[in-house]
Every structure is written in C-alpha cells, then in structure tokens.
Design a protein around this ligand. Structure first.
Ligand SMILES: Nc1ncnc2c1ncn2[C@@H]1O[C@H](COP(=O)(O)OP(=O)(O)OP(=O)(O)O)[C@@H](O)[C@H]1O
Ligand SMILES: O=P(O)(O)OC[C@H]1O[C@H](OP(=O)(O)OP(=O)(O)O)[C@H](O)[C@@H]1O
Ligand SMILES: [Mg+2]
Length: 281
C-alpha cells in the first residue's frame, strides 16, 4: 500500500481532505481518526501535522503527502515537490515596525523571530547577512511587541495580522507558497503514487476549466474555434438545422466571461457553461 500523509489540522487540512475526496479516496469521518485505510485504492492515509509531513516523507516513513511549500523547504528533508495543488496560497516575508528595518541587508546584527528557522537561516546565509534567529512556535508577530525580536519572518496571507501589530513587510517575499504534492525520490510504491498524482492532476484541472457549449452559424465555426481551441481540439457536431453547428470545448475558468462575450459578438448563441467534476487528460 502507498503510505500518504494528509495535514490533520491548520490552514491546509480542510482543502487537502476535500481534494482527496474529489479524487475518489476515502477520507476520515471525524478529526480523531488518524489513519484511514483505503483498501479499494491501495492507499493508507496518515493524518499528520503539516510541519511533520515533509520530515516523514523525506525519511521514507511515508511515501508521499500534501504539505506547504514553505514547510517543505523549512524541513530541508529529502522530500521533493511534485506539483502545486492550487490552494493554501501565501507569501513568506520579513516584517518589522514600519520604518525600523526596510531591507534585508539591514537585518544584520538584529534578532529575527520565526517558526521557520530552516528557511530563514538559509535565506539569510544566501543574502550574506548575519543575524540571530529566534525560533518560536507561533504568534511570532507579537515577538517584536514583547521585545524578543526586531524582525519577524512569517506567513502572510491577507496582511491583517501584521497590520494589527503595527508591522510592515519589507524586501521581496522570501517565497511564494501554496499546498504541494510531495514524494520521496525513488519510492518503492512508484506505480500507486503515479495513480494518486494523475487523480490529483484531474482534480486541479477540473477546477481550473469549465465546459463551454454553444450553437454557431456554420460559416463562423472556424473563427469560433479559434476563440475556444479546447485542449486537443473542440468537438463540432451537426445540428438539425444545417446552417448551424454545435461546439463544445474546455475553457480556462478565469477566461469564461471574456470568451462568452467574444463568442456572442461573433454570432454564437445558446452559450452554456457547465462545471467539470472530474477528468483525466
Ligand atoms: N493564513 C495562513 N496562516 C498560516 N498558514 C497558512 C495560511 N494560509 C496558508 N498557509 C499555509 O499553511 C501551512 C501552515 O499550516 P500549519 O497547520 O502549520 O499552520 P496554521 O495553518 O497556522 O495552523 P495552526 O497555527 O493553527 O496550527 C503553511 O504551508 C502556510 O503557508
Ligand atoms: O496575513 P494574514 O491573513 O493575517 O495571515 C497570516 C497569519 O496567520 C497565521 O497565524 P495563525 O492564526 O495560524 O497563528 P499562529 O501564528 O499561532 O500559527 C500566520 O502565522 C500569520 O500570523
Ligand atoms: Mg499558524
């Protein structure tokens, strides 16, 4: 059986579980369930702290899993990112009292509080900056108020937490993070892993695209197909009225309304959008 780690708590947990459910896997019924055997699919799911997942996968204790890119890099384990999963997006940034520290070089000689010491130590070394890294478990924004640090390095999603503490981010983001699928290179369960990967690609793609159907005057079908090229090629079917054709194509969700407007302007009618609930490409 493939051993697969799933975040049991925190920002990534609910979306990760939802994604696995959409991919057709058994998920836990309540939050106290820590191991779920999906015998039909030959996968055993371990619900673990997201911070620990990269460590388990890197050591080979479990074969693969879902965690944040920032947590993967912080762990510095042998696990590798296979693909981004399109949820749990955040940036990882330095911040300080507005105006106190305004670029990375100015961190030299100061104290930096973070829950991601691996990531920060590596980043400071790459920047050639010597500073004291203070490791905290959470609520690091308060470390400056409490006088434990001059600078923090933390996850920023909306920026609300920073603002509430009177802090401002500075420098380029250290990292853009999101939930990622990770694996141990050379895992012995390569075939089962490939099935999980393909299913997750299916879910990510299904979320990224919608299905567009429309009726098109036959004379305009080439122009319409240029607007909706689909993946391989759009499906064009005859209609009862020979002057019209029915066209069906996948369209990136973000472009749906723009494409519908352009099709309508061209002369297409009965333009319908439907959700794709699963796919294999
Ligand atoms: N608003 C957010 N706050 C914290 N982590 C976030 C946020 N949005 C996305 N993430 C990602 O979630 C992962 C951290 O999850 P983790 O469960 O360790 O912390 P958490 O979500 O802060 O939960 P908690 O602190 O309650 O345990 C990281 O990969 C981080 O980038
Ligand atoms: O930019 P924002 O939208 O404000 O989100 C980022 C904040 O959320 C997380 O904290 P969390 O609430 O998980 O507490 P923690 O620091 O104890 O982990 C994270 O550590 C930041 O503090
Ligand atoms: Mg947190």
């Amino acid at each position: 059986m493939l051993r697969f780690a799933v975040p049991n708590k925190g920002s990534l947990s609910e979306s990760a579980v939802e994604m696995l459910r959409e991919a057709g896997y058994r998920t836990r019924r309540d939050s106290k369930e820590l191991v779920v055997s999906d015998v039909d699919n030959d996968v055993e799911f371990f619900y673990l702290r997201p911070r620990d997942i990269a460590v388990y996968v890197g050591s080979g204790t479990v074969d693969a899993g879902i965690t944040g890119r920032d947590l993967l890099l912080d762990a510095g384990s042998g696990a590798e990112e296979v693909m981004p999963l399109g949820f749990g997006a955040s940036t990882f940034r330095y911040a300080a009292r507005a105006g106190d520290v305004t670029d990375v070089a100015a961190i030299a000689g100061r104290r930096v509080a973070t829950s991601y010491p691996g990531l920060v130590t590596k980043h400071l070394a790459q920047a050639g900056v010597q500073a004291d890294v203070v490791r905290l478990d959470g609520a690091v924004e308060t470390a400056i108020t409490l006088g434990v640090a001059d600078v923090i390095a933390d996850v920023v999603e909306t920026g609300t937490t920073l603002r509430a503490q009177g802090l401002a981010p500075f420098g380029e983001p250290i990292l853009k993070s999101e939930a990622v699928l990770i694996r141990r290179p050379g895992t012995s369960e390569a075939q089962q892993f490939e099935v999980v990967r393909r299913r997750l690609v299916g879910v990510v793609t299904a979320r990224h695209y919608v299905m567009l159907d429309y009726d098109c005057p036959a004379a305009l079908v080439d122009a319409a197909c240029r607007l909706t090229p689909g993946l391989e090629s759009p499906t064009v079917s005859p209609m009862h009225n020979p002057d019209w054709l029915a066209v069906r194509a996948m369209v990136p969700r973000a472009q749906t309304n723009r494409v519908m407007d352009a099709l309508y302007d061209l002369g297409a009618r009965a333009i319908l959008v439907t959700e794709i609930s699963a796919c294999r490409l």
